[in-house]
Write a protein that binds this ligand. Structure first.
Ligand SMILES: [Fe+2]
Length: 205
């Protein structure tokens, strides 16, 4: 049976304001989501094979799969869009699109940061809507509640407390968000934006 791999090549280091120790701890949690996603797929397949696919146990595990799977995928997109020292080129498609739609790049950034300050644990995600070409900043609670079907994620920021508790404290979300914004790999964001505009599915492997 196919197993999702841990994407070691995506692990960032040497960030500005987010320590390697913080990333290391967070990476351990990500590996847990990969392991759980694989275990759940096997469990669901076994239940089906045993004729228990219509049972309550199966339904519960199937619901759980959305949590674990999105937990795995969003962490991969998150780690992938972190790198120190990359600036957002004013001539890039993403910069131009958000400047036009939000009035300025800084206005988009402020809205994204405010999205990340939404009370509750989850994710701030700047999505591209392939239907309208608009970019929207959304809050996804936990890992799965608020994902918008068919929207393509461009900038992904984890705002669970585990993303900053090693470096900050329970009140440290604003400081962490400020640090995150200094470490966005805008080259990756631009690649995602161009691929989304071409109608390509975001490739994870
Ligand atoms: Fe996380």
């Amino acid at each position: 049976m196919f197993e999702y791999p841990v994407r070691e090549e995506l692990k960032p280091s040497g960030l500005d304001g987010i320590s390697d120790e913080q990333i290391e701890e967070h990476w351990g949690l990500y590996k847990g989501y990969v392991a759980q996603s694989n275990a759940l797929r096997k469990e669901l397949a076994d239940l089906r094979a045993n004729g228990q696919g219509g049972g309550m146990g199966f339904a519960d595990r199937r619901r759980r799969y959305g949590f674990e799977y999105n937990g795995m995928v969003l962490h991969e997109f998150y780690f992938q869009n972190l790198k120190a020292g990359v600036s957002c080129d004013t001539s890039s498609g993403f910069h131009q699109a958000v400047s036009e739609q939000f009035g300025s790049f800084d206005a988009w950034k402020e809205d994204f940061a405010n999205t990340g300050k939404t009370r509750g644990i989850g994710w701030a995600i700047a999505y591209f809507d392939p239907l309208t070409g608009q970019i929207t900043n959304n809050f996804v609670q936990l890992h799965e509640d608020g994902n918008v079907a068919s929207f393509q994620p461009l900038v992904i920021m984890d705002v669970w407390e585990h993303a900053y508790m090693r470096d900050q404290n329970a009140l440290g979300r604003p400081a962490y968000i400020e640090a995150f914004m200094k470490n966005v790999n805008w080259d990756v964001v631009e690649q995602r934006f161009q691929a989304a505009k071409r109608g390509e599915v975001l490739k994870r492997f």
